[in-house]
Design a protein around this ligand. Sequence first.
Ligand code: NAP
Length: 253
Amino acid sequence: MAIGSLAGRIALVTGAGSGIGRATCAALSREGASIIAADKVGKNAKLTIQSLKGDVAQNISVEVDVKDSSSIQRMFGELKKCFPKPPSIIVNSAGITRDAFLLKMEESHFDDVINVNLKGTFLIIQAAAQALIDANTSHGASIVNIASIVGVHGNIGQANYSASKAGVEALTKTAAKELSKFGIRCNAVVPGFIESPMTDAVPVKVKEMVQAQIMVGRFGKPEEIAEVITFLASSRSSYINGTCIEVTGGCRL
Ligand code: NAP
């Protein structure tokens, strides 16, 4: 992709303090976008902004809890003061796991994962799309959600997480149908197994078993997901809408 293809664009990335979100901020910034790094832990979002090269004056970090609509409204209020227009690239990368076998899973852990991964994605889409429509700047905007290959196939110990990610796919397709009339595209990336703090806790034996199912023979890197997100964010993907793109290294779960 040509350097500067996102010049003049403003990108909001949730979960920006870590892993795929942080790598996405770097890739979008490299292409010239101004970055709003949003995370539950403000200091991690700040570290992401400090790690960016180029004109840091155009980038900001904000604290947000994506499962809380009032926190999101506060964030959009702050953004109004900092930028002349709302973000036209929205990447929903905030996510959590609370793994347990289905028979042992606590109800609160089921709720937590659905609330962050699925409801959080919905609330950000709703607020971001409304801001764009109100400002009359929605045409050409792109929303990119992060689903997961385990939402396609299911995964032992992840009833909550796999259900939340299957929901993200359906939400993506519905959002695309409803928002396309405003010129907003909505797609999802469906990663396989990616090296990040989220997968650091997976036991080595399980990692080896998973790796044996991946054609490329290794876990992916956050940067490899960020490149696809950046493509979906840009006008180079202008004819891709309402779809979910698997980026798994060829994972045969
Ligand atoms: P990560 O390194 O754990 O990053 C997720 C970030 O989201 C963390 O900074 C986390 O903060 C933040 N977050 C959690 N709850 C939040 C909330 N309520 N509001 C705002 N921010 C919140 O994980 P990752 O691997 O980069 O994952 C990014 C996305 O990709 C997630 O949606 C994940 O489900 C998805 N994904 C990951 C993989 C993988 O193999 N890594 C595969 C498929 C899909 P804390 O650290 O404080 O919780």
